[in-house]
Design a protein around this ligand. Sequence first.
Ligand SMILES: Nc1ncnc2c1ncn2[C@@H]1O[C@H](COP(=O)(O)OP(=O)(O)O)[C@@H](O)[C@H]1O
Ligand SMILES: Nc1ccn([C@@H]2O[C@H](COP(=O)(O)O)[C@@H](O)[C@H]2O)c(=O)n1
Length: 249
Amino acid sequence: MDNSHSKTPFLIGVAGGTASGKSTVCQKIMEQLGQADVSDSLRKVVTIAQDSFYKQLSPEESKKAAKGQYDFDHPNALDIDLVVQTLQDVLEGRKTEVPVYDYISNSRIEGQFVTVYPADVVLFEGILAFYFPQVRDMFHMKLFVDTDPDTRLARRVVRDVQERGRDLDTVLNQYMKFVKPAFEEFCLPTKKFADVIIPRGADNTVAISLIVQHIKDLLTTRNLNNEIDIQHGKLSSKKIVKEQLSRPH
Ligand SMILES: Nc1ncnc2c1ncn2[C@@H]1O[C@H](COP(=O)(O)OP(=O)(O)O)[C@@H](O)[C@H]1O
Ligand SMILES: Nc1ccn([C@@H]2O[C@H](COP(=O)(O)O)[C@@H](O)[C@H]2O)c(=O)n1
C-alpha cells in the first residue's frame, strides 16, 4: 500500500521551558483548526512530542532516573537520529510510527507506537525543539512559548506529583540540579530562533488566533496554487486537491 502523501506538510516547531504550555498551545492550535475531534487516520493536523524520543536507559541510568538523578534535560538524553528520521518521514509524506513514552518507568513502552499519518500541518513540541540545527532547519515556522519561570515550576510540581507519580522532594531536587540549569544553557538561548514568541502560553489567545489565521492563509494559498496547477494539467496536484476535498475539515 502506498502510504505517501503527495505534498510536504507545513512543519511547525514549538519550543519553550518545561510546563510553559507547549502541548496546551499545540492543542489550542489543533482545536482552532477544527481538528480536535478528528480520528487519527483522518486528521490533517498532528502534534508530535519530543518526549517520545528519549533514549532508552541502562539499568544503572534507570535507577538514577527513579531518584530524579538522571539528566533528562541535557541534549544527550535524546535519540536525535530518531527525531530527524521521523521528521524526514513526515516531511516526505510517509506514514511513520512514534514510540509511546511512559514517565513512570522513564522509558518507552516496548512494542507500543503511535501511528502518525500524513497530514497538512505537523507540530513538533519540546524543550529542545530548536537546539539541534538539523532539526531546527526543518521547521517552516518556529514558536517559542515564553511563560514565567515561577508559573512553570508551580505547574511542573503539580504535574509531576499528580500525573507522573513523583514525590515533591524528588521533583524539586531534579528541578534545581538539572531542569533549571539546562533551561538556561540549552533552551532559553534558542528563543532567538523563534519566528513568534508567545508570552503567557495558552493564555495568550490573541497570539494563538493570529498564528492560526496565518496557518489558514498559508494552507488556502497552497490549495489555490494547486488548483492553478490543475488548470495547467499537472495530474499529481489534481490528486492532492481531490484528497483534500474528501478529508474532513
Ligand atoms: N494557561 C494555562 N493555565 C493554567 N494551566 C496551564 C496553562 N497552560 C498549561 N497549563 C497546565 O500546566 C501543565 C503543563 O502544561 P503543558 O501544556 O503540558 O506544558 P509543556 O508542554 O510546555 O510541558 C499542564 O498540567 C497544563 O494543564
Ligand atoms: N522520564 C522523564 C522524561 C522527561 N522528564 C522531564 O520532562 C521535561 C520535558 O517535558 P515538558 O513537557 O515539561 O516540556 C524535562 O524538563 C524533563 O526533566 C522527566 O522528568 N522524566
